[in-house]
Write a protein that binds this ligand. Structure first.
Ligand SMILES: O=C(CO)COP(=O)(O)O
Length: 158
């Protein structure tokens, strides 16, 4: 285990989905969630504060809300990805609007790639993801074996 370059982590049949949208994209995401609520109701949902509340109000689905994005919500979601508690994300970031918390946005997108979770940044991708066969079965994602990396670094720093 310590020697292997990659480890596999399972995304269960029930996904832990983060829903995040910048202001210019919130309506799009809320409407998409409403259209897809029959599928989404079979999964655990969470999101940044404002997005989560808007989706919960419109769809009636339970959506756990973290802090608002600019107040650290993106970072909270990133931390949950690292901890394995979020394994699927729809993040409609706005390509036409500068964000005060751009470093947090980038950090979240980066960590989602590092941990090999499915991420959609537009509705077309979200539609393809939601209609994937993997939505109703487990999926093995492959991530760098960080224990090995730490061990190697510790050896090198001695
Ligand atoms: O800014 C966001 C993501 O970067 C979203 O935050 P809110 O859902 O609180 O508006």
């Amino acid at each position: 285990m310590l020697e292997e370059e990659f480890v596999t982590l399972e995304i269960g049949k029930t996904k832990h989905i983060a829903l995040v949208a910048h202001d210019g994209k919130k309506q799009e995401l809320v409407d998409w969630c409403d259209r897809n609520k029959e599928i989404l109701k079979g999964h655990f949902l969470c999101g940044t504060g404002t997005t989560a509340k808007l989706i919960a109000e419109k769809t009636g689905l339970p959506v756990k809300g973290f802090c608002s994005g600019p107040l650290g919500g993106d970072q909270q979601i990133g931390a949950k990805i690292v901890e394995g508690q979020i394994d699927f994300m729809i993040f409609l970031w706005d390509p036409l609007e500068a964000q005060p918390h751009d470093p947090d946005v980038k950090a979240l997108l980066r960590i989602a790639v590092v941990y090999d979770i499915p991420i959609a940044n537009n509705l077309a991708t979200a539609d393809f993801m939601l209609n994937s066969k993997y939505m109703s079965e487990p999926y093995a994602r492959k991530i760098e074996n960080f224990n090995r990396t730490i061990q190697q670094r510790v050896e090198r720093m001695k």
